[in-house]
Write a protein that binds this ligand. Structure first.
Ligand code: ZN
Length: 98
């Protein structure tokens, strides 16, 4: 069964996705009450890039070492799934606007 993010919020900063260069200022987490921290992995909502928060909470492309250390692949799968759903919704909205 697909995991569902438990909580959402705004990041204190507005990091750029290193792949698509969009600003990412919000987050969803699977664990209630938690917030992203340095070293956490995340998925870009716009381009599905697998990213990592560095020590200053900027976003970098996730390292192979970090990816290899993922304990719960269902969370990564769910995050990627929600990013794809968001992209589909955005595409539909853009088509309706034209
Ligand atoms: Zn991106």
């Amino acid at each position: 069964m697909l995991k569902i993010p438990r909580e959402q919020g705004r990041l204190a900063n507005t990091p750029l996705c290193p792949k698509c260069r969009r600003e990412l200022d919000a987050f969803s987490v699977f664990e209630a009450g938690s917030r992203p921290e340095p070293g956490d992995l995340t998925v870009c909502l716009y381009c599905s890039a697998l990213l990592e928060f560095d020590s200053s909470m900027a976003l970098i492309t996730a390292t192979a070492e970090s990816i290899a250390g993922i304990a719960d692949l269902t969370e990564l799968q769910a995050a990627t799934h929600f990013a794809h759903e968001f992209q589909q919704l955005r595409k539909k909205e853009q088509q309706l606007d034209q």
